[in-house]
Ligand binder design. Structure first.
Ligand code: NBP
Length: 472
């Protein structure tokens, strides 16, 4: 008997993914560099379906039905390259290597091109949802050739999360498109978490609400337009009491946020593409700021404000500011996908991305249905903010949003997410921007030229001479 699909790399993710395939009735070949993991999987979960264990890569590849489909779930970076090479050496034209790890999309582009030369398909696939998702249904973002998706897609769709019967898996686009979209998904997750953290902090500092009272606030919010996995677990974490001390759990956790790097990757890519993903960038920087205890200790002597604390109406204001800022953060992330699609020739269906993020992944939320609907109504939408439903929501929220940012500044609570989102909103909707002055300054000191509102072409003013304008 040959396997429908194979998984090599049986740590947390690979093992759960293999079990997910087996539970769906697919015969799964399994392999791991250290064989004990393979044995353990079959011993502990062999009764969940049909596994074909292998102790060598050659054996693993030869146990796969053609065209062979082997998923790699090993540590991203050099280990992934090593495993690709081992697999490719035993494969034949038309076979597929699927990388389900968190690879950088540029690595995926490089690997795809190299394997294509050898007649093999390389499908860089973003898989979101962590350990639990891998087992019970992740959100899956496969890139690579459309031809590979024809045979691979049905298998992936089978094990993906389902929302209203629709699988959270779709072919994203060629080469690195899948890993790119997964990266932006993670970036958006950073922004979303930062906004939630700011909401918590501001309400706690301004109103003196306890973590358990705040858990109730988030639980309430989860019944409205903010309904999402992240808001739900925020209520869980805030409501949790540390078993050792009896104190609120959030108060015993060291306040230095860590990161594995996908947020940073998103911002680096956005800088290269020239897309202002301020929400994601502020989230990455806020984590970085939290991680500098020496500077934070030295800065305790800096003077704070004497602003008056606001009243309980702040709770509703923060809810609206959170929703508005979230719309901005998602709009920016989708802009980055648009820009990358143009740069790398991917043509990503943005509505389909919103659709597959509705389940299985960390940012799953009711909200994504609204994004899907917005792109369905207008696939060429230049910014999500211009979708009628979001324009209206932002108009509704904006008074609250401005009060929140003003209040935070007045009482000295940092809200970089809320503030930068509002600045973005105000920047984007402006008729004239001070970019005109920036252009004037650039022309003055560097003869960088400028364009005019009333005539085509580039111009330079002779600032140090007669101050006459000449075409550049
Ligand atoms: P890890 O990222 O911890 O990697 C461990 C696996 O890599 C083991 O199977 C290990 O084999 C194998 N491996 C290494 Br390390 N170097 C190898 C090499 N040179 N040759 C062959 N195998 C090698 O596993 P994970 O946490 O299950 O994650 C797998 C991938 O999925 C990663 O890329 C991760 O970023 C991504 N991901 C993880 C999550 C999550 O929530 N954990 C979510 C989404 C995506 P060994 O047993 O012989 O040491």
């Amino acid at each position: 008997r040959t396997a429908d699909i194979g998984v090599t790399g049986l740590a947390t993710m690979g093992r759960n993914l293999a079990r997910n395939f087996a539970r769906h009735g697919h015969v799964v070949a399994v392999h791991n560099r250290t064989e004990s993991r393979t044995k353990q999987l079959v011993e502990e979960h062999g009764d969940e379906g049909v596994f074909i264990p292998s102790s060598s890569v050659e054996e693993f590849v030869s146990s796969l039905q053609r065209p062979r489909k082997a998923i790699i779930m090993v540590k991203a970076g050099p280990p992934t390259d090593a495993v690709i090479e081992e697999l490719a050496a035993c494969m034949e034209p038309g076979d597929m290597i699927i990388d389900g790890g968190n690879a950088h999309f540029q690595d995926t582009r490089r690997r795809e091109a190299a394997l294509r030369e050898r007649g093999l398909h390389f499908v860089g696939t973003g898989i979101s949802g962590g350990e639990e998702g891998a087992l019970n249904g992740p959100s899956i973002m496969p890139g690579g050739a459309a031809e590979a998706y024809e045979t691979l897609g049905p298998l992936l769709e089978d094990i993906a999360a389902k929302v209203d019967g629709t699988p959270c898996c779709v072919h994203v686009g060629p080469d690195g498109a899948g890993h790119f979209v997964k990266m932006v998904h993670n970036g958006i997750e950073y922004a979303d978490m930062q906004l939630i953290a700011e909401s918590y902090d501001l309400l706690r500092q301004a109103l003196g609400l306890s973590p358990s009272e705040l858990a109730d606030v988030f639980r309430e919010w989860n019944r409205g337009e903010l309904e999402s996995y992240l808001i739900e677990i925020t209520a869980e974490v805030l409501g949790h009491t540390d078993l050792a001390t009896g104190r609120p759990f959030v108060d015993v956790v060291l306040d230095q946020a860590e990161q594995k790097g996908t947020g940073r990757w998103t911002v680096q890519s956005a800088l290269e593409l020239g897309v202002p993903v301020t929400g994601i960038a502020e989230a990455v920087f806020a984590r970085a700021l939290s991680g500098h205890p020496d500077q934070r200790a030295a800065a305790r002597s800096l003077t704070g404000p004497n602003g008056a604390a606001p009243g309980a109406e702040l709770v509703d204001d923060v809810r609206r500011a959170l929703y508005a800022s979230k719309i901005v953060a998602y709009a920016q992330g989708f802009d980055q996908i648009t820009a990358a699609g143009e740069e790398y020739g991917w043509n990503v269906d943005r509505g389909a991305m919103a659709t597959i993020w509705r389940g299985g992944c960390i940012i799953r939320a009711r909200f994504l249905d609204r994004i899907r609907a917005a792109y369905e109504a207008d696939p060429a939408l230049p910014t999500l903010l211009a979708a009628p439903a979001f324009t209206a929501a932002l108009a509704d929220a904006q008074d609250s949003w401005r009060r929140v940012v003003a209040t935070a500044a007045t009482i000295g609570v940092p809200t970089p997410g809320f503030s930068s989102a509002l600045a973005y909103y105000d920047g984007l909707r402006r008729d004239r921007l001070p970019a005109a002055l920036v252009q004037g300054l650039r022309d003055f000191f560097g003869a960088h030229t400028y364009r005019r509102v009333d005539r085509e072409g580039a111009f330079h003013t002779d600032w140090s001479g007669d101050r006459r304008e000449r075409p550049a």
